[in-house]
Design a protein around this ligand. Structure first.
Ligand code: SF4
Ligand code: SF4
Length: 389
């Protein structure tokens, strides 16, 4: 497990591309379900992978507000894509989780509450995604209430991070200080390098578990030129971010801006579909549903992802607390970038850009903040309180 990461990061090592399959095999032999990137339904998604042939070699992605396209490329890299529509939260905090099941037997109900959590090895976790996992750790492991389902999955997870060799069109991790280089929270971190005829990885070890895996793989110490090549790639990635979010004074700005006219403007475009919350690697809200079969013999309680954009999410007796689109978008953005800091000591946004790419009408969190900032922040007529409509 890579939480936290007190392990001294080792001097960089070199691991050749031709040995990558061995990494998957060693992880498999240690009992991990290896989850990595693969192409399905026109997108790079994360799923169980047994072979490096399943990786998205020869594919890259093009992303902009409201648009995602996979494109063929001559690039032989395993990790030439940027943020996938999915995030690792799908595995650590599943979209639907059965909390318990009840079966009628001899006039009584037998209740079972088994949660078998697999031992995952995630291969290809980006720096922003490591930060998103660290944020969900704060929510599920280190806040007032511990989530046993998350804990069981997280404790058994091995993380192979991959530093980004290019920035996506909607990425802004550099301005959020969350990437493009993985700095902690990994067992192994790779930088993929293709130069001339060579294809190799510069590897950093972040935990004893990572060191154990590397002992089973062919490797050698990295030379100065190879370390410099990795640094060059990361500097180029940081310099070519698709977006930027100015974070100075952001919390205070948003607290002053409950009455900004921009919330009315964005409400005219927002469909309240909730896509932005579902693709976001840090959003964690859930609802609980009880279901029975038609015979009344079986019942289940299922926890499912929910979204603060739905009317039912804030429903209490008499109605929804946030019944307008304006109040829901304002709540989401202000929670992500301001109240989250008071709640968990960190921003709720890691700059992955997914909410921009996957918003069907192309609403861009960086553009919305810029517009609110341009308005300078407006103080509510009621002082610190604001009307929740
Ligand atoms: S901001 Fe975009 S993705 Fe989010 S709820 Fe509105 S329309 Fe949907
Ligand atoms: S708010 Fe948007 S950019 Fe920020 S972490 Fe969530 S999906 Fe990524």
């Amino acid at each position: 497990m890579a939480i936290p990461s007190p392990f001294p990061v080792s001097p960089p090592l070199i691991f050749e591309r031709k040995d990558f399959q061995k990494l998957l095999e060693v992880l498999n032999a240690q009992g991990y379900h290896v989850i990595g990137p693969t192409v399905r339904d026109g997108a790079v998604i994360y799923d169980e992978v047994l072979s490096d042939h399943e990786f998205p070699v020869g594919w890259t992605d093009s992303q902009s507000a409201g648009a995602y396209r996979l494109e063929k490329s001559d690039n032989k890299a395993l990790f030439a894509y940027t943020a996938s529509p999915q995030s690792w939260k799908r595995f650590l905090h599943p979209p639907a989780l059965t909390l318990w099941e009840a079966h009628r037997s001899n006039g009584t109900f037998q209740i079972t509450a088994e949660d078998t959590s697999p031992r995952y090895a995630f291969v290809g976790v980006r720096a922003c995604e490591l930060q998103a996992i660290a944020i969900q750790d704060k929510v599920f492991l280190y806040s007032e209430f511990l989530d046993p389902h998350y804990k069981a999955r997280r404790e058994n997870t091995f993380i192979v991070a991959v530093n980004c060799g290019r920035a996506g069109g909607t990425c802004f991790c550099a301005s959020m200080n969350t990437g493009p280089k993985a700095s902690s929270g990994f067992d192994l971190a790779l930088t993929e390098i293709l130069e001339d005829e060579r294809h190799y990885f510069v590897v950093e070890i972040g935990s004893e578990a990572g060191a154990e895996i590397m002992r089973e793989l062919p490797h050698r110490p990295a030379g100065e030129g190879e370390i410099e090549a990795a640094e060059r790639i990361l500097a180029q990635t940081a310099a070519s971010m698709g977006r930027e979010l100015k974070t100075d004074d952001l919390k205070e700005l948003l607290y002053r801006s409950y009455e900004s006219p921009r919330w009315d403007d964005v409400a005219r475009r927002c469909l309240t579909c909730g896509n932005c919350t579902l693709v976001c690697p840090t959003c964690f809200c859930t609802t609980v549903e009880d279901v029975t079969d038609l015979t009344g013999e079986q019942a289940q309680r299922v926890r499912k992802w929910d979204s603060c954009f739905t009317m039912d999410f804030s429903y209490i007796h008499g109605g929804s607390v946030r019944y307008s689109t304006k109040s829901r978008y304002r709540q989401w953005l202000t929670h992500k970038l301001a109240t989250w800091i008071d709640q968990f000591g960190t921003s709720g946004c890691v700059g992955c850009g997914r909410c921009i790419t996957w918003c069907p009408v192309g609403i861009d969190i960086t553009e919305e903040v810029q517009a609110v900032r341009a308005g300078g922040g407006k103080t509510s007529k009621k002082g610190v309180k604001h009307e929740n409509v």
